[in-house]
Design a protein around this ligand. Structure first.
Ligand code: ZN
Length: 340
């Protein structure tokens, strides 16, 4: 199948599950009713992706409050009761974050329930996402390790355990979300990729890393405005990613100021090409989507292109996300006809 279609990972949660339109939504229920509601929402997320014609579906991240803290809640050694304010993504915005106060250990499985449930309810390829070690370390305060790299490898070890268990659950693609790769470019080559390698150790399924310029929230949009006409940050990290053992790299392309010729630096990797903008309310037309794919295949072999969203759709209005999913399916269908 040329240009398989997928999403970066998250979809908006139904209003009966969590507060709508928020990046850190509060749950509407708790206990077992909440656990059941998360699975109900997972089923709807899968159905919406299948109906849109997507080839690789995700659980929509319905079971986690936030893409980083959904994992952290399952980790011992973290103090959630006494959060501290911290500047994250090199102080682009401030957030209340939990604190590492002791040795890190998994309390048990993190995403077993939703992964197995999703696996049981779709015949399509299934992708699950986990936060990357560098991004975790940029979203949590440390009062124990005293060394960011040491803490990152401790997290990578835990991520690896969960990732191997997800593979056992029948997950086809495991993606690590590393928006911090785009903030600490020097550290990516120094230790970021090695930490990812630790996280994918002994995995046989497809592995991916999502890097990006951030969700469509105001702090990110303002920051993007400050970057000028051409965004060349990736020039520094793509060669290191090309040398890595990660199979796929997910990046934003539509409405991005990243010069597409930089994609040739990802030689040998599948590229998850963002053709859906998560920061605008305008729904892409199939022609726009096909046109982005047409520009990308000048730099990436066709068989290495996966059509994807620029980033997660969690903070988006639900009906808008649904319309964008439909557009993605139609755009890919058009691209297949046009570039076959
Ligand atoms: Zn992203």
């Amino acid at each position: 199948m040329m240009f398989p279609a997928s999403i970066a990972g998250s979809l908006p949660k139904p209003a009966w599950l969590a507060e709508p339109d928020k990046l850190w939504p509060r749950w509407r229920l708790d206990g077992e009713p909440l656990a059941q509601a998360k699975l109900d929402a997972t089923l709807l997320a899968i159905k919406a992706q299948e109906d849109a014609g997507l080839d690789i579906v995700s659980d929509g991240e319905m079971s986690r409050q936030h893409f980083v803290h959904g994992f952290l809640e399952a980790v011992d050694g973290i103090d959630f009761a006494n959060k501290v304010e911290m500047g994250i993504r090199a102080d682009r915005y401030r957030a209340m974050v939990p604190v590492v106060r002791g040795p890190l250990a998994l309390k048990g499985r993190v995403h077993a329930r939703e992964a197995r449930f999703a696996r049981a309810h779709t015949h399509r390829k299934l992708k699950m996402t986990l936060p990357g070690p560098m991004t975790i370390c940029d979203t949590i305060a440390d009062a124990h390790y005293g060394d960011k790299v040491k803490m990152a490898f401790a997290f990578a070890e835990l991520l690896n355990r969960e990732a191997r268990a997800l593979e056992e659950d029948g997950v086809d693609v495991i993606q690590f979300d590393e928006p911090a790769f785009n903030v600490f470019m020097d550290e990516v080559a120094d230790w970021g990729i090695e930490a990812l390698h630790r996280a994918i150790d002994r995995l046989n399924c497809t592995t991916a890393v999502h890097i990006c310029y951030g969700y469509g929230i105001k702090a990110n949009i303002d920051w993007k405005r400050s970057l000028g006409a051409e965004w060349r940050q990736y020039e520094k990290i793509f060669p290191a990613l090309a040398r890595s053992r990660i199979d796929q790299v997910s990046i934003e392309c539509i409405h991005s100021h990243v010069p597409l010729e930089l994609l040739s630096l990802l030689n040998g990797k599948d590229v998850l090409v963002g053709v859906i903008d998560v920061a605008t309310d305008a729904v892409e037309t199939p022609q726009e989507i096909a046109e982005v794919i047409g520009r990308v295949i000048k730099h990436v072999p066709k068989e290495r292109v996966v059509a994807c969203t620029n980033c997660g759709m969690a903070p988006m209005r639900r009906e808008l996300a649904a319309a964008k999913l439909t557009a993605l399916g139609q755009g890919v269908a058009l691209a297949r006809r046009r570039y076959a």
